[in-house]
Each structure stands twice: as C-alpha cells, then as structure tokens.
Design a protein around this ligand. Structure first.
Ligand code: TRP
Ligand code: ZN
Length: 876
C-alpha cells in the first residue's frame, strides 16, 4: 500500500542494466503460508553499461529475506541496503554467484501477482513486475537469463510444472517429491512460470513443418477435463497458421496450457507453459456460448503467437509493451479472420475500438501506443496499447502490402531473435525490408488521441474531375496540446449511381489507398462521367474518426451496394447514429420521438434480403450500444441516450414484428450442435430476432423465449433466452428462469459467471439493490476477478441505464467497492474504477456526482499505486 505518492517513471530515463544475469537457478519448497525460495544467479557486469562496479539493485516486494551470499560467503547487513522496493547490494568483482533465500506466502497473496494459490493449486503471474514478489531479482525485461527450476512439494501435488523441458524427477524426504525443469531459451523474469497441483491433463501432438514432434498438454482440475478440446484444437490451428502465414515454427518439444480460476487478465504467454484464466480456455457446447468459443480460439492463438512476438523477441522496457501486444493482437485478429468470418471479426474489433479505445483516447488516462511515462505499468495494459497498437501494425501491413510486410517480419525476427528491443526496431525492420519510408508514420507511436478526418468533395461536370479534400486534426490529450499530422492510409472506392465500382486508373483498379500526410490535402480523380459516391475508410483502414456529409439516402445506398462489407455495416451504424441523435434531441426538448420511416424500411429490407449472409444480417440489425452512443457524443446525456435507444428498439420491434417472427421461425429448427461459421451466424441472427420480438413484451414472444430456454441444446441459445427473459419477462417468469438456471449450473464456475453478469447488466432487473444482493450471494467472491468483472464490471460498464441513475448512487456504490477491492487486488481495483474517471464528458449533475465518488476514493486512506495513478490523474 502507498505511504508516499508513487513516483513516475519516464521512457527518456531508460538506461541499460549495470549487471546481467546469465543463469538463474531456482529452488522452491512449496508451503501455503511459507514457501522457501532459493535462487542462485550467475551475475556479470554489463560491458555495455560503463566503468566501475556500481552497487547492484534487486527488486523485491513483500518478501522475507532469509540470507544473501556472494560466491558462497554470507553477506552481513552492512553489505546491502534495504529499500522500500528492493535491496542494493555492494559489489567488488565483475562476475560472481549470488545466492538468495526468501520466504513468501502464496496463501495470503490476493494480488494474484507472483506466486499464489487458486483453489488449492499453486500458480504464478510474473508479467509485468510480479517476479519481484517471488525473490530479489533485477526484474526488468532487458535482463534475459537461462532458467533452471526445481520444485519440491508434497505428493498430493502430483503435477509440478515450469518452463522448458523436464530434466529430472524423484522422491524427497517425508512424502515429498521434486521435478526439475530447464528452459534452454534465455528469457526475462516476466516469462517465468510455475504450477503445482492435483491436475488432470489432455494430451495431443503437433508435427512442425520441419518434422519435429511437439507434445501438447492441457491441464485442468479433474472436473473440467471435458472442457479442454476446443483449446487444444485452437492451439493446433494456431501452430499451423503461424507456420503458413509467418513461417514461424514452435521451438520446444513440449507446449503446456494450464487453466486457473483466479487470474487478473485473460492469459499469459510464459515460455512453454501458458497460464490461462479458466474463462478463456474451458468450453463445452452445454456450458459455453459461441462468443466464448471464439474468444478462446483468439486468446489461445494470441498466447501461442507470443512465442515469437514477445518471447523470442521481447521488449527492452515496458514502454515498448505494444511491440509485443499490438503486433500479437494483429496476428491473432488475422488468425481469427482466417478461421471464421473475416468481415464479422473486423466489425467486432472496430466496435470495441470505437466504443472503448476512443473513450480512453478522449479521457484522463489517454496515452500514446508507446507511453512516455507511467506510475504503475499494470495500468497500461490498455485498449490503446493492445487494440490501437494492433491497428498501427495493420496500417503498416496496408502500406507495405502483404509481401512487403512478410519480408519485414522475417527481417525483424531474424535480426532481433533472442533480444529485448523497441518499437523503433520493429518499424526499422519494416522499413529496411520494404524500402518504404515510415518516418512520419512513427508519430502513431508517440502521439495520443484519435485523429479526426473531415472529407469534402467537388465534381466538375465539364471536366469530369472529382476532387476529394481531406483535413486532419487531433484533439489535445494530457501532456500533448499540439499534434503534428499523422501518416494515414485512407482506403476508398467510388460508386456510380447504379452502385457499380468506378475504375480509378488505367489498370482497372476499383479501390485505392490515399496516403494522407498533411493537415489538408486534395486528391483528384479524372475522366468520370458523373459525380460518384465515395466509400471512405474501407475495412477501417486507420483508427480515426471520419466525417463526410452523407445524406440518409446515400447511407441507405451504401448499405445495400457497397462492395466493402465493413462499410455496408458502417453505413448502417451511421444511419442509426443519426436517428439516435435526432431522438435524443427530441427527448431533451420535450418533442415527439419518431423514427424515420426510411430507417425502418432499411431494416426491413435487410431482414428480407435472402442474398445477404446471415452473419452480416445479424450485424446490420444491431443497434449501437448505449456505451458507443455515449462515446460518439460530445456531451454525454445519459438519460437521453437511454430513452432514445429504448425508443428505437421498441419502434423497430413493433414495426417489424412479423418479419422478425418469420426469420426466427425459419432459423429455429432443431439440429445437432456445430461450431461451423454458418451455424454460429444463424444462431446469432436467430437470437437477435428473439431479442427484438421480446422487446415488445408480448406473451407470444415471451413464450418463444421460454420454449427456447427450456429446450436449447447449447449455451448460446440458452443464455440468449435467459437474457431476454431477465430483461423483458414479468417478475414471476424471470425469477423462475434465473433460479432454475442457477440450480442447474451452480457447480460450473464459467456458467455461474455468465449468470451473475446477465443479472447485473440487466437494465430491467439489475438496479442497485439487485446488484447489492448479488454481492451477498454465495457465488460472489471479491477475491475472484472473474466474479468481480461479472457483477461490479457488469453493472458499471455494461448496465448503462442503472449505473447512470441520476441520484449518483451507482457511482458511490462503485467507489465503495473499489476501496475494498484495492486492499485485496490493486490491479483489479484500478480496472474497475475506470467508468467514473471519464466524468468530464458527462452533462451536469452526473459529472459532479462521479467526481464526488472519485474524491471519496482519494480520501479513503492509503491507496495502492495502481489505484492512486488512475484516480489522481482523473481528478486533475
Ligand atoms: N501478456 C499477457 C497477454 O497476453 C497479459 C497479461 C496476463 C498480464 N496477465 C497479466 C498483464 C497480469 C498484466 C498483469 O496479453
Ligand atoms: Zn499479449
């Protein structure tokens, strides 16, 4: 906990380490409250760091130091200095062995960093700075070492795992045994992992392109062993994909995945021993929704891809986090796109970016993809570093083309294999391989904020020339008032009045990428016989906001004619945003709420169009979420947003009841479950129809939901039915469904989390007192991040109307929870507080009440560094 204000760390202060650690030998004697950790480090003065023998700093947090020795000679206290965050050891030779013994307490470790216990299983989480909670160590990613790890534990923990290959095992005194692991690859401490427990495993194997056989193992508690097939299948697909697309093979003889219930994030790419949040790896058709299956595939891919983009080539310092995360998210997105529907994947990713990353860019924690400073690095595992970082890599891919990009990634991996490098190294490899100049492009790494493009056009009838003028600007962000122009790839096509693509050059090209580099720039297209309609920013070719004065008719036209699937969806969203903004305006001024007949007609034609893929129909029918409407507003008027969206949903549901009903019936056929893209799309469309039908709250519609709830043979359909019953059925029917579902699934952790989340996200039933009751429910546990995310996160991030109630009670509730949570798990506390940190964008009283809640946290006593950073920056 904090006693002084945590200090700020700056990228500009980076210095190479004074000492290197060539070898790290670890020896663990596991005990719940007193694990003994012995480490032997082979240390050497870093020749690149200058002269003399400065003292050696070792990070250490919450450790009991038992002994410390250099080359076998115990050090007395005058040879080292205890500091708040570690120890400073006097050094008198350039090379030596350092032996340290510490004692740690995994059972009481609720931070879920370092070594901790989850349901009786020992596990570790070392990224970013968790290794310093295991032993004193220079815990920074540019120190790479060869690790050997021995684990001693009672035989009730038959499975003892660490990174690399098992090299020996055997019995020890008194019902104990040991296993020793050796990792032949040098790695930073953040990639270290240890697992010990009574676990079962599934085993499979993979033959690499060069013919090596890799053993694949997935470990879980016995009761979950039937939920691992999908992850193993996804792993093999990911291994094959990385060979085919990037030419990258796996490099050890064994690859292990472990499922853990208590985990701060999704999963962790520890070398050869990935550790996963159970919710991101375990699935069966009866217990997991299609969205969960797809999330598992993408996260299994993500962690696997880190073996090259992260582990073989790692980060020099944590400011470079996007080097591995942005690149790896780009890799996993392309993998998912290749495995499923490319268009749907892109639509989902862009929705996430626009709703949540744009909000981050416009809020008090806004930072560049490569931040310049931080107090707590855990606060920078953000949508900006991950998702915007991936968009930056995607833009490089667009500018270089697939072949240039592949040459660049080959060069990057070859040049930097085994090294800890920077974003600059990545960009330079891309430049060197392709001969394309990315000097100005680098600003994407250093400037925060979402650029805004404003496009106007002009057609000269007599000359047949069409001129597009593009202006760019970027709003100020904390610490960055002025922005210089970005290098923006703007992909576009031009449509004629029949919806055909115009040819843009002599080669028959119908799509081009304009490179925007200046604050204002014009582009001319010649020899056109009519004024075209531009289809701009196709496939979302850059993470920007783009404004063009489309009329409603033009948007309807794009929605049905654009050859770019993404832009067809985008046109539907623009239409909905226009309508919702009119509705908000009418609501605020006490006018009559009315939805344009054109919009209703457009939804009808989407529903009736038999040529459209069901996947796309389902996407086109989604109304923007309240959160995304909020993000798109200059001033957020929560009450008007809720009223407008509710009205639009009701109006569409009533006007198109027959069409929704017919589509639902056509798709609601009994068949055996499959995860094919087609079946997933059909379930999504069917359940979208069900939601609209039940929004009318008619007995007829609710009977369909009940029928689906009672008879579904998979969790996608079951959960969709439960959700509409919770949100639209009367008390008796809804409460019966909630209760019945719980009785059926209360032993299944993942389903219980889904059940908790649906209730706290329910605008109908998830009011504050209901959420307070959920917190008292035996299934709730403040020490389990998944439960916290389901209930507290579900309410604050997923229940827009109840959380933003005008009395501010939602904000005060969140503040109180965050204060309690901070004592247990600072990372989770800092994640959960985010919704009230964006108070400046809200209108009137809500802004004031959010700020009061923030102040309450600030004044509550000692805050963790994590929470202090977020709260203090947002009160600024
Ligand atoms: N590197 C992990 C990833 O794949 C992120 C991660 C997992 C993490 N657990 C963490 C980051 C705990 C901080 C703290 O994205
Ligand atoms: Zn990652």
């Amino acid at each position: 906990m904090r006693h002084a204000k945590p200090s700020t760390i700056y990228l500009k202060d980076y210095r190479a380490p004074d000492y290197l650690v060539d070898n790290t030998h670890l020896h663990f004697e596991l005990k719940p409250k007193a694990t003994l950790v012995k480490s032997r480090l082979k240390i050497r003065r870093n020749p690149a760091a200058g002269e003399g023998l400065p003292p050696l700093f070792l990070d250490g947090v919450d450790l009991i130091l038992l002994s410390i020795a250099i080359d076998g000679a115990l050090l007395s206290p005058e040879h080292y200095e205890k500091m708040p965050q570690g120890i400073l050891v006097s050094v008198d030779k350039p090379e030596f062995f350092l032996d340290i013994q510490t004692c740690i307490n995994p059972e009481d470790n609720t931070t879920l960093e370092g070594l901790y216990l989850s349901n009786g299983m020992y596990c570790t989480q070392c990224e970013a700075e968790g290794f310093r909670r295991i032993t004193f160590y220079p815990d920074r990613p540019d120190i790479m070492s060869k690790f050997t790890t021995t684990i001693v534990a009672p035989k009730e923990y038959p499975v003892l795992l660490s990174n690399g290959n098992e090299i020996s095992r055997g019995p020890c005194e008194g019902d104990h045994h040991y296993v020793t692991w050796e990792d032949p690859f040098s790695k930073p401490a953040y990639l270290f992992a240890l697992v010990a427990g009574n676990l079962q495993y599934l085993e499979d194997c993979f033959i690499t392109a060069s013919g090596r056989k890799v053993k694949l193992q997935l470990f879980t508690e016995e009761k979950n062993i039937n939920k691992g097939d999908h992850a193993l299948r996804s792993l093999k697909n990911a291994m094959r994909w990385d060979e085919a697309v990037y030419g990258r093979e796996y490099d050890l003889d064994i690859f292990m995945i472990v499922a853990v219930d208590h985990f701060n994030m999704g999963a962790m790419e520890n070398k050869g021993l990935n550790i996963f949040n159970s919710a991101c790896v375990l699935a069966s058709p009866e217990t997991a929704t299609d969205a969960t299956f797809q999330r598992i595939e993408s996260i299994v891919g993500h962690e696997y891809f880190h073996n090259w983009s992260g582990n073989r080539v790692t980060c020099r310092d944590w400011f470079q986090l996007s080097l591995k995360e942005g690149f790896t998210v780009f890799r996993d997105a392309e993998f998912s796109a290749d495995m499923n529907s490319r268009a749907v994947k892109r639509i989902e990713d862009v929705s996430l970016l626009r709703t949540n990353q744009f909000a981050e860019d416009a809020g008090p924690m806004a930072h560049p993809v490569r931040p310049d400073s931080y107090m707590e690095i855990s606060n920078f595992y953000t949508l900006t570093v991950y998702e915007k970082g991936a968009e930056v890599v995607r833009m490089i891919h667009t500018l270089l083309g697939p072949r240039g990009f592949r040459k660049g990634s080959d060069l990057y991996f070859e040049r930097h294999d085994g090294c800890a490098v920077t974003c600059e190294d990545f960009v330079r490899a891309m430049e060197d391989a392709s001969q394309i100049d990315l000097v100005q492009f680098r600003r994407w790494y250093s400037q925060a904020g979402t650029p805004q493009l404003t496009v106007t056009d002009y057609f000269d009838e007599t000359l047949g020339t069409y001129v597009l003028t593009v202006r760019q600007s970027c709003p100020p962000t904390p610490g960055q008032r002025e922005k210089r122009p970005f290098h923006i790839p703007l992909k576009l096509g031009l449509l004629d009045k029949n919806g055909n693509e115009l040819v843009l050059d002599g080669q028959g090209t119908t799509q081009c990428v304009l490179e925007i580099t200046e604050a204002e720039q014009s582009f001319e297209f010649t020899e056109l016989s009519e004024k075209p309609l531009p289809s701009l920013l196709r496939d979302f070719s850059a993470p920007v906001k783009i404004d063009y004065p489309y009329s409603i008719d033009q948007l309807l036209f794009l929605m049905s004619n654009d050859s770019d699937t993404f832009n067809r969806w985008d046109a539907s969203q623009r239409l909905a945003f226009l309508a919702l903004s009119d509705l908000q305006q009418a609501y605020r001024t006490g006018g009559v709420l009315q939805l344009q007949p054109e919009l209703i007609a457009a939804y009808r034609s989407v529903l009736l169009n038999r040529d459209l893929e069901p996947a796309l129909v389902a996407e086109l029918l989604q109304l923007p979420s309240e959160q995304s409407i909020a993000e798109a507003s200059v001033h957020i008027d929560a009450e008007a947003i809720v009223a407008a969206r509710e009205f639009a949903l009701q109006t569409l549901a009533e006007a198109l009841f027959g069409e929704f009903r017919a589509q639902y019936t056509a798709l609601n056929v009994r068949k055996s479950f499959s995860l094919s893209a087609k079946d997933i799309a059909e379930r999504k469309l069917k359940n979208t129809c069900l939601l609209y039908l039940c929004a009318t709250e008619t007995a007829d519609a609710l009977a369909l939901a009940q029928e689906q709830f009672d008879t579904a043979n998979n969790m996608t359909d079951k959960a969709a039915a439960l959700s509409v019953l919770i949100n639209h059925a009367g008390d008796k029917q809804a409460i019966a469904a909630i209760e019945q579902f719980y009785q059926c699934w209360k032993e299944d952790a993942q389903v219980v989390e889904l059940w908790l989340g649906q209730q706290s996200r329910s605008s109908r039933r998830g009011n504050l007192s209901a959420v307070e009751k959920l917190i008292q429910h035996p299934a709730f546990d403040l020490k389990n991040p998944n439960r916290v995310r389901a209930v507290i996160g579900g309410f604050a991030k997923g229940n827009f109307s109840q959380f933003h109630r005008s009395d501010g009670s939602g904000f005060e509730f969140l503040a109180d929870q965050v204060i309690t949570l901070d004592k247990l798990n600072p990372q989770i506390a800092a994640q959960q507080v985010i919704p009230i940190t964006r108070w400046k964008r809200y209108t009137g009283d809500l802004a004031r009440k959010m700020k009061i809640a923030l102040k309450k946290i600030m004044d509550s006593g000692d805050l963790s560094g994590d929470l202090y950073e977020v709260v203090s920056k947002s009160l600024n």
